[in-house]
Design a protein around this ligand. Structure first.
Ligand code: FAD
Ligand code: SF4
Length: 469
């Protein structure tokens, strides 16, 4: 690039990336954030001070070598930049898109107070996309085969991380997935307008090139028992996620038009309801859609619903915007796309018509009281403030917990009161040779924490297999 800014130039305005205008993008499911071109990446990279103390790297759950990869981008060594990321993080195209950088690396960036933080996530995404498109990704060569076999239950980011790490060590890894496609929430939860499916396909294909085997439609605990797996494999990793939706536990949840976010997102994202009748996945949302919740799942549900063409989509959240667990960028995107928000509002009953369809939601206004166990101020009902929200459909996105199937089939696996698997610091469960991580342990966290657990488990499994005769 001619006239490339001198490094460091932190005072250059942070580039927030290009987005397609909201009136156009709500008509399709293509990616909303368009990413950096080469020139934009070089300019943004010039803002980095290459701090010797590396606070951004320390704040990253998998310690991506951030100053080094940004410096390589600035030097226009894009292959080197992506190889540097690959040293610690296996899926930069995914993390660059969905990782909450604003609470990890970018929150620690030293220039954030005077200027805005370096746009680390967008640079990570740029390096990964550029390397993929230009064929610059160099996969590591697996070590000599050890003859040991490892099974991964589920194909979410945690299991994919385990599979990659152990395949590199020469172990034979097989991933068993209950669904007919791989990627876990990356596939059925997070919509394609946030995470294009080719990025997930690319990572799965890379794992296949490393020798990882994938078996779909295999529900462990039902079609194959954990005991059968134990007989055939030297170690097992359980990465089955937290796919059991939490209900609101209020009257009327049985009504037609009331969905769990899980069902709704799976219908839309995995089974392509938005392409009905080309894909035989019917859905009914009517003209007025409501979404209960304030996390990423609620935002994804609301934005998916918006793209299905109703008159309105309204999010009902019992706290305020400040307490919303969803990524700030996604809340802004939802607002830009016309999603309405009723803050400090909780549904208390659902009312239907004579055909059993949802008609209106009885809500109550809330106020914030003292902090609860999560440290956030607890919402408290304001007596006498009940009101109604007209709605043809309601998507309930108020939390998930692990599906109990595996735990029910293997009573020796220790669980806590939320039915999450209990593990030690090495991700080891109460059963020898069985490890677990990600949402089945944490009960709903982030992609990067699932990957972190996966890497930790892979290290421990490798040591365990080496110690086994
Ligand atoms: P999962 O991704 O949940 O994958 C588990 C897999 O196991 C699934 O494919 C499931 O079908 C399979 N499985 C379950 N039981 C069995 C069985 N018995 N046999 C075989 N297979 C089984 N995090 C972020 O960092 N950023 C975001 O923007 C973000 N957005 C999100 C949006 C939504 C809608 C949701 C639901 C979550 C979001 N998250 C986000 C959270 C993140 O996706 C999860 O924390 C992460 O995917 C957990 O990874 P995992 O590997 O533990 O399991
Ligand atoms: Fe660059 Fe910010 Fe990290 Fe310093 S803290 S190395 S400026 S990204």
């Amino acid at each position: 690039m001619e006239n490339k800014p001198k490094k460091p130039s932190p005072a250059i305005k942070r580039n927030e990336g290009r987005h397609e205008p909201s009136d156009k993008r709500i008509k399709h499911f293509n990616e909303v954030a368009l990413g950096f071109d080469k020139e934009e990446a070089l300019t943004e990279a010039s803002r980095c001070l290459n701090c010797k103390t590396k606070p951004c790297e320390a704040a990253c759950p998998v310690n991506v070598k951030i100053p080094e990869f940004i410096d390589l981008i600035y030097k226009e060594d894009f292959s080197g930049a992506v190889s540097k990321i690959y040293e610690t993080s296996l899926f930069p195209a995914i993390c660059g898109r969905v990782c909450p950088q604003e609470t990890y690396c970018e929150a620690a960036c030293v220039i954030k107070d005077k200027f805005k933080p370096v746009s680390i996530g967008r640079l990570e995404r740029f390096a990964a996309d550029y390397a993929r498109k230009e064929g610059l990704v160099r996969l590591p060569s697996p070590e000599k085969s050890t003859g040991k076999k490892v099974a991964c239950v589920g194909s979410g980011p945690g299991s994919l991380a385990v599979a990659a790490e152990l395949a590199k060590k020469g172990h034979s890894v097989t991933v068993f997935e209950a669904l007919h496609k791989y990627g876990g929430v990356l596939r059925y939860g997070i919509p394609s307008f946030r995470l294009p499916r080719e990025t997930v396909d690319f990572e799965v294909e890379n794992l296949k090139k490393l020798g990882v085997k994938f078996i779909k439609n295999a529900l462990i605990g039902k079609s194959i028992s954990l005991d059968e797996l134990k007989k055939d494999f030297d170690a097992i990793y359980i990465g089955s996620g937290a796919g059991l939706p939490s209900p609101l536990n209020i009257a009327g949840e049985h009504l037609i038009g009331v969905y769990s976010s899980n069902e709704f997102l799976t219908r839309v994202n995995l089974m392509k309801a938005y392409e009905f009748p080309k894909y035989d996945t019917p859905y009914y949302i009517g003209k007025k859609v409501a979404v209960a919740g304030g996390g990423n799942t609620a935002m994804d549900s609301a934005r998916c619903a918006m793209r299905l063409g109703p008159e309105s989509v309204t999010v009902l959240y019992r706290r305020t915007r400040t307490e919303m667990p969803a990524r700030a960028e996604e809340v802004e995107n939802a607002m830009e796309e016309g999603v309405k928000f009723e803050f400090l509002t909780a549904p208390i009953a659902l009312e239907g018509d004579d055909k059993g369809r949802l008609k209106r939601i009885k809500c109550i206004r809330m106020e914030l009281g003292a902090p609860d166990a999560s440290g956030r101020r607890k919402p408290v009902e304001i007596k006498g403030s009940e009101f109604y929200v007209e709605a043809d459909s309601l998507i309930v996105a108020v939390g998930q917990s692990p599906n109990p199937l595996i735990q029910q089939n293997a009573k020796e696996l220790q669980t806590n009161k939320w039915n999450c698997l209990v593990v030690d610091e090495n991700q080891k469960t109460s059963v020898e040779g069985i490890y677990a991580g990600g949402d089945v342990v944490r009960g709903g966290a982030t992609v990067l924490l699932a990957m972190k657990d996966g890497k930790n488990a892979a290290r421990a499994i490798d040591e365990y297999l080496k110690s086994k005769k």
